[in-house]
Design a protein around this ligand. Structure first.
Ligand code: PLP
Length: 409
């Protein structure tokens, strides 16, 4: 098979620093490497593989549609997109959907749409509108989106940026209120911040933001690319606060772990500002993506995966909290999205990730201090319990290594 790691190092741009494992196969929550070793996938590609690897119904929908009709472009109608969008609107309570491919593209779509809405519906001069975003946000990697990132590496060297964004602290509704002025068109927010380290806002935060937005005539746009489709124990994370946003961004799990499928959804009066020619995507809304996306929505419901995430998520977070380790500062989580916050004075999160890899668990550190756990929603309860024992061992090993070599992590 050759040395895949060396080959990748030789030819790939260095924008990733992968863990030293070469995956060749996946089934459900488990993946296998080139040497035949098995790992529990506790990252599931940041929710893209929420349904597990090679879900039989999704693979069947994919192969059925692939041999029938895969890509046509939106300049023609196809028979797979309408039922997909109808189902998506029905499930989310939105009026219209605009299908794209990646999460970042759907976020870009949301930005364009709310800006045009501000111009058309609110009379804000073109080029003058503002969008409020949160400190610690993650909405993708396009130049517009990294332009309002608060993570300096995501921006450094990539300017100039267009502007038009105001950053406020996450979890502070008063700060949102204070940041709104006559040029503000929207508040773009993740219901739970993933990349920032699984940051769960105080209860009622999103509901307060929704009330403020409504009172001030500002659109609330929820980026549920990672938190949506059952991940946090509800179909949408917004539902924990009883909020229906004005605009909604979905992605990742929508593609069933097989193809990139994303969408921006909104109310009629918001999406209605877009006219033919305003926006588009060659692959967006293709029959293959639509067939898989529709099947993914059906599987989510038929297998009651949101309820499963709520139940198993409680078990995961309680299990992590029950581990007594001097390394752990805090455990945060909602549903099957959990973060183990490692005290940077004790160790780096990457050392815990490495120790987990050696024990057959795939996870990933974020922001250097948090180990992120987001297993497929189909994960077995026994496998989850097994993983908690491995986490305990990994933390013990890292703590022991540290006590042998003081001052180093
Ligand atoms: C992953 C993610 C994105 C970007 O999605 P891509 O498919 O990687 O472009 C946007 N928003 C959130 C909240 C995400 O987690």
């Amino acid at each position: 098979m050759g040395d895949m790691i060396a080959l990748e190092r030789r030819h790939a741009a260095r924008n990733y620093d992968p863990l030293p494992v070469v995956l060749v196969e996946g089934r459900g929550a488990w993946v296998t490497d080139e040497r035949g070793a098995r790992y529990l996938d506790m990252l599931s590609a940041y929710s893209a593989v929420s349904f597990g690897h090679a879900h039989p119904r999704l693979v069947a929908a994919l192969s059925r549609q692939a041999s029938r009709l895969a890509v046509t472009s939106r300049v023609f109608h196809n028979d797979r997109l309408p039922p997909f969008l109808a189902r998506l609107c029905e499930r989310t309570g939105m009026d219209r959907a605009l299908p794209m491919n990646t999460g970042a593209e759907a976020v870009e779509t949301a930005i364009k749409c709310v800006r045009k809405w501000g111009h058309v519906a609110r009379g804000i001069p073109d080029g003058q509108s503002r969008i409020v975003v949160c400190d610690g946000n993650f909405h993708g990697r396009t130049t517009t989106v990294v332009g309002f990132s608060s993570e300096s590496q995501y921006r450094r060297g990539f300017g100039p940026f267009g502007g038009g964004f105001v950053v406020v602290p996450f979890g502070d509704a008063d700060a949102l209120e204070a940041a709104i002025d006559e040029r503000t068109v929207a508040f773009l927010v993740e219901p739970v911040q993933g990349e920032a380290g699984i940051v769960v806002p105080p209860p009622g935060y999103l509901a307060r933001c929704a009330r403020i937005c409504r009172r001030r005539g500002v659109l609330l746009v929820a980026d549920e690319v990672q938190t949506g489709l059952g991940r946090t124990g509800r179909f949408l994370a917004c539902e924990h606060d009883g909020v229906r946003p004005d605009g909604l961004v979905l992605g990742k799990a929508l593609g069933g772990g097989l193809v990139p499928v994303s969408a921006f959804l909104a109310r009629e009066d918001v999406m209605g500002v877009l006219e033919p020619g305003d926006h588009g995507s060659t692959f967006g809304g293709n029959p293959l993506a639509a067939a898989v996306g529709l099947e993914a929505l059906d599987v989510l419901e038929d297998e009651r995966l949101a309820e499963r995430a709520a139940r198993l998520g409680d078990r995961l977070v309680e299990g992590l909290r029950a581990i007594d380790s001097p390394l752990v500062r805090e455990v945060r989580g909602l549903g099957l999205l959990a973060g183990l916050d490692i005290d940077p004075g004790q160790a780096g999160a990457r050392s815990v990730v490495d120790a987990l890899l050696a024990r057959g668990i795939l996870s990933k550190d974020t922001r250097g201090t948090v180990v992120r756990f987001a297993p497929p929603l189909v994960v077995d309860r026994q496998d989850l319990d097994w993983s908690l024992d491995r986490v305990r061992e990994a933390l013990d090993e890292v703590a022991a290594a540290r006590s042998r070599a003081p001052g180093r992590s």
